[in-house]
Design a protein around this ligand. Sequence first.
Ligand code: ZN
Ligand code: ZN
Length: 165
Amino acid sequence: MQNTVPARRVEERMKHFQARASELGLAATHQRRIIYRVIAKSAEHPSPELIYERVKREIPTISLATVYKNIKTFAAMGLVGEVGALPGSIRVDANLDRHHHLVCVNCKAVVDFCDSRLDRVRAARANPENFRILRYQVEALGLCPACQVAPARNKVRTQRRKHNG
Ligand SMILES: [Zn+2]
Ligand SMILES: [Zn+2]
């Protein structure tokens, strides 16, 4: 799976971040730029905890709470996306282009997926359950290539820790 973002793409994302932050009145401080760059460099939809581990290499004194608070600010301002249907943990998405997700039900890997047919998915009713729908993003649940090879286990949680560590 491609987990690295090309350097050129990272720079584009950083430029977009600086421009949008200044439009929105968010100070693009040194700390915020480091946090955002860690997110921009990752294609794996990292958890706040993983982002914190990487930010700490550059700012050893930073706390998880600070990283978490900045991620929430970025998300509220539309500077990052969040992967929805994974219970228990936020997964942060630097890809702001229209796309869908392939989610591994075993190791919780999340992979970006472009599909013009999925782009056209619409509910039959305009406001189901009185929701005002903002956008559609499809999550296809399945098994990633690694988990198809490894025998599926019942202890999904421990498996996941091993995978990510
Ligand atoms: Zn997997
Ligand atoms: Zn994504």
